[in-house]
Design a protein around this ligand. Structure first.
Ligand code: SAM
Length: 218
């Protein structure tokens, strides 16, 4: 297990945190948590405000391929793959890799990148429809925190179960009380979040042995 920033090459997100704080209502949170059209392609108040492919995941895919020493023919799974951007970009970063995804959003899968059609599964991260050890590498970015604590443990157990040993999870976190306050004013969909130490204890409880990193709102 190692803390490693595999998303370091992503451009810094431009977030209007104070505006979200005002706009956030129980109705907006409930609608966002449906992970439908509003969340991906509706107004910014509901989530992404337009989730479109722009190639920004290619360097991330290259960093993951290099970090785990992935080679053509290996099987990689992206849990919480949304529209399949990273699934597509693994195939660009490492031609010949067998790249797959899983997401709970039918909307996202129905609007996936054409190269990923047939590679994306509809399902929930806490009940992966794959046999033990099915994938050489399992990645899950900004998805596990959408469960409550017990669900996050179930999801990490599943990631551990279906991977042959290489895995990486990135989750919402904060390092200071100020960052925690900022995060709480901004968060829409996450149900469980904690300081890194809290997550590390949860990883141990889940028997998750993979690598990890934090999404921190600043
Ligand atoms: C913040 S988005 C992250 C998407 C992508 N991994 C990324 O980093 O850009 C969270 C994703 O998790 C998916 N999701 C939420 N709950 C899930 C669940 N129980 N099982 C699988 N996917 C889930 C959502 O549909 C959405 O695609």
């Amino acid at each position: 297990m190692a803390e490693v920033d595999l998303l370091r090459s992503l451009p810094r997100a431009k977030r209007n945190i104070s505006q979200r704080g005002v706009a956030k209502t129980p109705e907006i949170i409930a609608a966002s948590r449906e992970f439908g059209e509003l969340y991906f392609d509706g107004h910014r108040d509901y989530g992404y405000g337009g989730y479109r492919y722009d190639g920004r995941w290619v360097p991330v895919a290259k960093d993951i391929v290099s970090h785990f020493g992935l080679t053509p023919g290996m099987r990689v799974l992206d849990v919480g793959c949304a529209k399949g951007f990273l699934v597509k970009d693994f195939m660009i970063a490492c031609p010949g890799i067998e790249s797959y995804g899983l997401d709970i959003s039918r909307y996202a899968l129905m609007h996936c990148e054409p190269e990923t059609v047939g590679r994306l599964h509809l399902g929930s991260a806490d009940s992966l429809p794959f046999p033990d050890g099915s994938f050489d590498c399992v990645i899950s970015l900004n998805t596990v925190h959408n469960f409550d604590r017990a669900g996050a443990i179930r999801a990490l157990r599943e990631i551990q179960r279906v991977s042959k040993g290489r895995s990486f999870a990135q989750v919402d976190s904060y390092r200071t009380p100020e960052q925690k306050e900022l995060f709480e004013s901004w968060v829409l969909t996450a149900r469980f979040h904690d300081y890194p130490q809290g997550w590390i204890e949860l990883f141990a409880e889940a028997g998750y042995l993979g690598d990890y990193y934090w999404t921190i709102v600043e």
